[in-house]
Design a protein around this ligand. Structure first.
Ligand SMILES: [Zn+2]
Length: 156
């Protein structure tokens, strides 16, 4: 069973509270944990044999990358990033999905190289603590902020 497919199924049934927007190649969702405020994911629509960008046909890949780039810009604008970190990993779930982290100075405390480095250098037990789960009203506000930026960047 794939966690991302499960989340997409909830979106299709209208029951995923983290869902923000459907684009041509994927779904925009707010991350479950918000130590990095504004952390957003862009989930590829299909779970197939494509587990790498280089498995996608060039047109689909270009579209997926373009849409991810626009989502990253919207996240940056909505949540005031100094720098966006965009990562396609997949050792947990091989289903193609982007982690989009808006970064600001000091967000990993004194971890890493004197507070500098990737999000993954912040202790996972802190990053994924229940205290970092947004309350329903916070989640709604974040979704509204992000949707406004997406509307601005992708006019209907
Ligand atoms: Zn999947």
């Amino acid at each position: 069973m794939c966690l991302i497919c499960d989340r997409i199924e909830l979106i299709r049934r209208g029951k995923n509270p983290y869902f923000v927007r459907e684009l041509e190649t994927g779904y925009v969702v707010i991350g479950d944990h918000q130590h990095f405020r504004g952390y957003t994911l862009f989930l590829y629509k299909h779970h197939g044999r494509a587990t790498e960008l280089f498995h996608l046909d060039p047109r689909e890949r270009a579209r997926f990358l373009e849409e991810m780039t626009v989502v990253a810009e919207a996240v940056s604008r909505a949540f005031g990033a100094e720098k966006m970190n965009c990562e396609l990993l997949g050792m947990g779930d091989a289903h193609l999905h982007w982690h989009l982290f808006p970064r600001v100075s000091g967000d990993i405390g004194s971890c890493g190289n004197n507070g500098k480095g990737p999000v993954w250098w912040y202790p996972p037990e802190k990053m994924y603590s229940d205290g970092n789960r947004p309350a329903p009203h916070e989640l709604e506000a974040m979704e509204r902020q992000l949707a406004e930026e997406l509307d601005w960047l992708i006019p209907a």
